[in-house]
Design a protein around this ligand. Structure first.
Ligand code: 5AD
Ligand code: FES
Length: 362
């Protein structure tokens, strides 16, 4: 049987079969078959709803030095910022008014934000917005730290595993980081009752189809509630500056595969995908994605959270992204909804170009 048919039937494959399947990236018939099935499954569980999560990038200080990342600690050229508690709460207020009911606090591994400071921020957000879900995305911490955040009210945690292959992990990270610890963090988070998000970059330097097969096997075992994937995009101040970016086509193929692997998973059409292709996020939805994560960070800091070059949406106010995305999502036949699945009220696009969804220039 063809590997795609076997995946559709069994919702998983062996390492060998995944490799066979990934050798078919670029094959039109296989891609269409996978996308058709992915969309069928997504429709069965989620209809045409697309979930929104408001992303607040609250610090770009980072003690880590992942080789691919523009805000790695070793990058002396990065202009660093951290938001105050008040600024973070202002982002939430703005987001709430725009209809967001999930806030994602994302940042580098910044020692300034001690557990005490994080707990204070988490408690304040949950106090002011008890009807909202709070997601953290602040990297590798101890079980005890994760426990404290959870107790303070954090509901979800995003921590991409980045690659499930040891050898590949070594190519992307310095000696003091390990895949074993990263996986342990994800299992700790699960055992504490967080809804977790894992994920990886597509086409990161050195990534093979065998590595991607490991990613699929790990995801099936972990069973995360969310899987974030996007193309690798080189950043000019990293050792990978002149490496090629990951392909949109392969990312879309993998989105369909992951939807079939974990039918109910939340699957974002990522900013990186939108950066590589002006219609990337719309194409992501058509491949099986069902989440978008507009940026709620203050415009003055947007450009500074530069994980990779040419990141989109860095000049836009939150309302502009919200409006733009709701038009984009509608243009391919879906509706943006808030946390509960209610259609969030339509918010007009504040972009100067009145028909920004038909002028995909950002
Ligand atoms: N290209 C694409 N994605 C990147 N990330 C970090 N650097 C890059 C890059 N150069 C992703 C990582 C990280 C997430 C927040 O952003 O997967 O987990
Ligand atoms: Fe940010 Fe289009 S989604 S401006």
């Amino acid at each position: 049987m063809r590997p795609e048919e076997k995946l559709i039937q069994n919702h998983e494959l062996t390492r060998m079969e995944y490799r066979e399947l990934f050798d078919k990236v670029g094959d039109k018939e296989t891609t269409e078959r996978l996308a058709e099935e992915a969309v069928r499954l997504r429709k069965r569980y989620y209809g045409t709803k697309v979930y929104t999560r408001g992303l607040i990038e609250f610090t770009n200080y980072c003690k880590n030095n992942c080789y691919y990342c523009g805000i790695r600690g070793g990058n002396k050229n990065a202009i660093r910022y951290r938001l105050t508690k008040k600024e973070i709460l202002d982002c939430c207020e703005n987001g709430y008014e725009l209809g967001f009911r999930t806030f994602v606090l994302q940042g580098g591994e910044d020692p300034y934000f001690t557990d005490d400071r994080m707990v204070e921020i988490i408690q304040e957000i949950k106090k002011q917005y008890p009807d909202c879900a709070l997601t953290l995305s602040i990297g590798e911490k101890s079980y005890e730290s994760y426990r404290r955040y959870r107790e303070a009210g954090a509901d979800r945690y995003l921590l991409r595993h980045e690659t499930a292959s040891d050898a590949h992990y070594r190519m992307l990270h310095p000696e003091n980081m390990s895949l074993a610890n990263r996986k342990q963090c994800l299992y700790d988070l699960k055992s504490l009752g967080y809804q977790v998000g894992a994920g990886f970059m597509v086409g990161s330097p050195g990534q093979t189809n065998a590595d991607l097969a490991e990613d699929m096997i790990f995801l099936k075992e972990l069973e995360p509630q969310m899987v974030g994937i996007g193309p690798f995009i080189p950043h000019h101040d990293t050792r990978f500056a002149s490496e090629p970016a990951g392909s949109v086509e392969k990312t879309l193929f993998l989105l369909s595969v992951i939807r079939i692997l974990l039918p109910k998973v939340l699957l974002p059409a990522t900013t990186a995908l939108g950066t590589m292709d002006p219609q990337g996020r719309e194409k992501g939805l058509a491949a099986g994605a069902n989440v978008v994560m507009p940026n709620l960070s203050p415009v003055k800091n947007r450009k500074q959270y530069e994980l990779y070059d040419n990141k989109i949406c860095t000049g836009e106010e939150a309302a502009e992204c919200r409006g733009c995305l709701s038009k984009r999502v509608a243009s391919v036949g879906y509706q943006l909804v808030n946390e509960r699945g209610d259609a969030a009220e339509y918010i007009r696009c504040f972009r100067r170009k009145p028909d920004c969804q038909s002028v995909p220039d950002h």
